[in-house]
Design a binder for this molecule. Structure first.
Ligand SMILES: NC(=O)c1ccc[n+]([C@@H]2O[C@H](COP(=O)([O-])OP(=O)(O)OC[C@H]3O[C@@H](n4cnc5c(N)ncnc54)[C@H](O)[C@@H]3O)[C@@H](O)[C@H]2O)c1
Length: 336
């Protein structure tokens, strides 16, 4: 395949970003866009010389080589199923669903059909990740502390638990995904929410959440999410190993060790381009650098939902390890 013909499902904020990035690739043709709000699809399609379609079936009938699913968390499932039924590769925006059942069902179907997938955890493409990995190689991570301290984003669905999954699932998932990549799997989570929504009409999410995490290899950690500010204050993680402290955000990596402190900058925009580049290359059969296929994102979804479930129920949630049995797969596996 010389040119990859791409279709978009959803035409909101993140779809507009992908369309902009894809438009910069000379081996991509954005052929069509669909959205439950036809005007939104029409506007994005017009911007890129693409066709607006009434629904996913019409978009698929136009014959794309790959489909991006860029819908809010609650809307995942039907579009992915249609793309799977069509046997096409798909890029799915994070979080992959609002719940676990949908994500597990889609993951199973993707595996069964052997389809190429990618999920929008673009932090895995930050240029400083390899440096962080190199510094951690051969050392035991002792502690990690992740945070996403921000405002309420300006989309109506965000502050509703049944629509977004809440700030941990919707937003801090980027940080949890990086924690999994750098520190390993979490086996146990105890989380607390403050039970007070942010001052936004109809909001029912916690405005702050803090979780304590225990990792398979003995490390411990925390994850904090807040949406009580008027600005994005901090999103990132600190990792402590013996004689080493790493602080990683989308903007770069700060390294503290016996030699002192140094900062290595990163370019978040480059990571956002790289995640699309890797997917298109994989679809075209000219590359193999998809770092978060759907099955890998399922692990992050499990962890994020474990945090959210623990905060909601007030109980500890145990997650499976490769050899473990207490699988947090169909509901909350809890310990009073
Ligand atoms: N990876 C990232 O950096 C990143 C950045 C922003 C958003 N996101 C994720 O992308 C998702 C969407 O966020 P957004 O900011 O684009 O939201 P948005 O509200 O701006 O856009 C979502 C669009 O999807 C449409 N839609 C809803 N249900 C649909 C359906 N069933 N079929 C087709 N279209 C449907 C809506 O009409 C809307 O136009 C969220 O899960 C968010 O977390 C990821």
């Amino acid at each position: 395949m010389r040119i990859c013909r791409v279709g978009l499902v959803g035409a909101g904020g993140v779809a507009q970003r992908h369309a902009r990035v894809l438009a910069g690739f000379d081996d991509v043709d954005l052929i069509g866009v669909t959205d439950v709000v036809p005007d939104t699809a029409a506007a994005l399609a017009a911007q890129h010389g693409a066709q607006a379609y009434a629904d996913v079936a019409e978009l698929l009938a136009a014959g794309p080589d790959a489909v991006y699913v860029c819908v809010p968390p609650f809307a995942h499932g039907p579009a992915e199923q249609a793309v799977i039924d069509a046997g096409l590769p798909m890029f799915v925006e994070k979080p992959v669903a609002v719940d676990l059942a949908t994500a597990e069902r889609i993951a199973d179907e993707v595996t069964r059909r052997g389809l190429r997938t990618a999920v929008g955890h673009h932090w895995r493409y930050l240029s400083v990740l390899d440096e962080a990995r190199g510094l951690l190689a051969g050392r035991s991570v002792r502690m990690v502390s992740g945070s996403w301290l921000d405002k309420v984003p300006p989309v109506a669905w965000w502050s509703r638990r049944d629509r977004s999954g809440g700030p941990v699932v919707e937003q801090a998932a980027h940080v949890l995904d990086l924690i999994r990549a750098l520190v390993g799997e979490v086996t146990e989570v105890t989380a607390y929410g403050n039970g007070t929504p942010p001052p936004v009409d109809g909001a029912d999410i916690d405005s702050v959440t803090t979780a304590v995490l225990r990792f398979a290899d003995g490390a411990v950690g925390t994850l904090s999410a807040a949406c009580v500010l008027g600005w994005k204050h901090r999103a990132g993680l600190e990792i402590l190993a013996d004689g080493l402290a790493l602080s990683l955000t989308e903007e770069g990596l700060t390294i503290c060790d016996a030699d002192g402190e140094r900062h290595v900058p990163a370019d978040p925009e480059a990571a956002r381009v790289a995640v699309d580049r890797a997917f298109v290359d994989a679809v075209r059969g000219v590359g193999d650098d998809v770092r978060v296929p759907y099955a890998e994102a399922l692990g992050t979804q499990r962890l994020a939902l474990a945090v959210a479930d623990s905060a909601r129920t007030g109980q500890t949630v145990r997650l499976a390890t490769a050899s473990g049995t207490a699988l947090h797969s169909t509901g909350v596996t809890v310990d009073a």
